[in-house]
Design a binder for this molecule. Structure first.
Ligand code: AMP
Length: 403
């Protein structure tokens, strides 16, 4: 199936061809015709599924047909990294159109953003808090808004943006198209959808609790104090290519990077204590391959959209199973293969059981020679699932469960 057959104009099919996309992803196939038809939509889709293009392409097409340079599309996102990324995608997909786009988010000066808003833009990507600041100062005119996108709605709510989002919704014209994307549709997201999509049809697409099929999940059993050594060994023994390592805390990220560097492994950290410009530089270095190993905290990694991440490492087991899905969703994007490797100490066994339940697989348990834990972990406990044998080597194999 081609992008043109979805009803996209040649300016947009040319832009995706420039990007080397050959076929629309499933969410693009489903969402694009609906959005072009003006429908409201709830897309339950994670990053890595092509959801950004799924909403941007039809929105840009809609805007291209109208009067330019009035603010007509607003895209709300949880983080500044995601704001930058969506902005870049809007510019990429809109390169053969004469639309303008801008992003506004906190942590940087107001003034350049204010000037940008005054210049007249078609597409605004914004984090809720900073948008409210600009609204309070009369910098934005919502009277021409035709489309609203709530991207990563679950994250926005998790980050406490619900009141801000409500205030923004109240300020928007009621007559508009609204699209909501969320990795999970929790009760809170559903409530937000009820409010935002009021009076409109809503369609749910491709709900998926599991990460992409191309992810091989691997558990490495190790004692807590041995984690960093085991990780260094893994990274040295089998360089996986671009690797994203998650730590729970900023301090943990810095400490781990210091340790890895001492072991001769060139790693860099990205987290919320670093200046925006430093984070951007680090991210660019990771994106263009100058840095292979990026150590990140959850928040800083939100919206990291780098193609070709070969391995995601959970240095700490995420406490929320959905976070696990979100983290490993950074690898195996757009049909590629990747590894989700989790270092698991005995105090984390129970957390792993919850993750396996959510993903619906028992992951293979492995140990790193020289870093065997004092106690062997129990095997996975999913009922009616073929249990893979715990392997002894570092080999990364998928432990796909048959239900
Ligand atoms: P997203 O889910 O929006 O975060 O996109 C995930 C990645 O897939 C992005 O880096 C896109 O550049 C890429 N991508 C989006 N659509 C396609 C497509 N149809 N074919 C190949 N890659 C794509």
């Amino acid at each position: 199936m081609s992008f043109a057959s979805l009803g996209l104009a040649k300016e947009l099919t040319r832009a995706v061809a420039d990007e080397g996309y050959e076929h629309p992803t499933p969410i693009q196939r489903e969402a694009i015709p609906l959005v072009l038809a003006g429908r409201d939509l709830i897309g339950s889709a994670q990053t890595g599924t092509g959801k950004t293009a799924a909403f941007l392409l039809p929105i840009l097409q809609r805007l291209a047909g109208g009067q330019s340079h009035a603010l007509r599309a607003l895209i709300l996102v949880p983080t500044r990294e995601l704001a930058e990324q969506v902005l870049q995608s809007a510019r990429t997909y809109g390169r053969h159109l004469s639309l303008t786009a801008a992003a506004i988010y906190g942590g940087v000066g107001m003034e350049p953003q204010t000037r940008g808003l005054a210049r007249g833009i078609d597409v605004l990507v914004a984090t809720p808090g900073r948008l409210l600041d600009h609204m309070g100062r009369g910098h934005v005119d919502f009277s021409h808004i035709e489309v609203l996108v709530l991207d990563e709605a679950d994250r926005m709510l998790d980050m406490g943006f619900a009141p801000d989002v409500r205030r923004i919704l109240d300020a928007l014209p009621e007559e508009r198209q609204t699209l909501l994307f969320s990795a999970t549709i929790s009760a809170d997201v559903d409530r937000l959808a009820q409010r935002a999509l009021q009076g409109h049809a809503s369609v749910e697409i491709g709900r998926r609790a599991a990460p992409a099929d191309g992810v091989e999940h691997v558990l490495v059993a190790v004692d807590k104090l041995q984690k960093r050594g085991a990780l260094a060994r893994i990274l040295q023994a089998k360089p996986a290519g671009q690797t994203l390592v998650f730590t729970r805390t900023k301090y943990g990220a810095d400490k781990l990077v210091t340790f890895l560097r001492r072991e001769g492994i060139a790693a860099q950290a990205i987290h919320g204590d670093k200046a925006q410009s430093t984070r951007q530089r680090t991210l660019d270095a990771f994106r263009n391959g100058a840095v292979d190993i990026l150590v990140a905290t959850e928040i800083a990694a939100r919206g990291i959209d780098v193609d070709g991440i070969r391995m995601v490492v959970n240095y700490d087991v995420p406490t929320d199973p959905e976070l696990y899905v979100h983290r490993v969703g950074r690898t195996a994007r757009a049909g590629q293969r990747g590894v989700g490797l989790t270092l698991m100490s005995p105090d984390e066994w129970l957390l792993v059981a919850d993750i396996e339940k959510l993903v619906g697989q028992v992951f293979p348990r492995e140990v790193i020679p020289g870093f065997e834990p004092a106690t062997r972990p129990p095997e996975g406990r999913l009922a009616a699932v073929e249990q893979p044998k715990p392997a002894r080597s570092v080999r990364m194999r998928a432990g796909r469960a048959r239900r």
